[in-house]
Design a protein around this ligand. Sequence first.
Ligand code: ATP
Length: 218
Amino acid sequence: MNPIGIFGGTFDPIHFGHLRTAFELLHFLRLQEMRFVPAGEPPHRDQPHADAALRLRLVEAAIDDQPGFVVDDREVRRGGPSYTVRTLSELRSEFPRRPLCLAIGMDAFLGLPQWHRWREILELAHVVVAHRPGWGAPGDGALGELLRQRGTTRVADLHDALAGRILVQPVTQLEISATELRNLLAAGLDPRYLVPDAVRSLIRETGSYLRTTTSPTR
Ligand code: ATP
């Protein structure tokens, strides 16, 4: 059975760096589908700028016309901290016989040991690490060791087992980050060609990510 890909993130907002990476992984790994799972309350970082409902709408708008891309809103509905291990356990119960591939960028992979019950993640899913500009693979430490034990370059290994392998995958390097996008939007600049047109329109309509200006006091 072809694996299900899980692409979690804050998506504050979603951009072409996320989308192109997910698209290349969908095809390269021969996934059944790639599920975008926006975090309701990301536990390992500052709280998002946009509320969960809007971030979810932006993801829906972004992936609308791409077969194989689906949105999974469970972390937004669940409330409380959005622990990936919990999402993966739910998916494992729902799909007991299908491999699961958690897709993350190299920057996120380097922070994996700080995630809640992180070692259980590899019991529930494979981890596919996408290259990201500016971030190199870990050579030593817990993650370097894990890569030596669990690493593979064979896509077939992700199809043959339900969980437990790590594959580091080069993808087209797009140096786009949501942080830079938020700065750009707050400065009143146009995000065109960094995000899908549907996302750009929604951001405009809702007036999101504009810096709130304080009126001058005299
Ligand atoms: P921020 O700048 O707010 O931290 P971000 O752009 O890193 O946001 P996230 O929603 O935090 O976006 O990222 C979700 C996932 O997408 C993470 O696994 C991250 O590594 C990956 N990712 C984000 N941007 C890119 C990119 N340009 N190329 C490849 N992967 C990316």
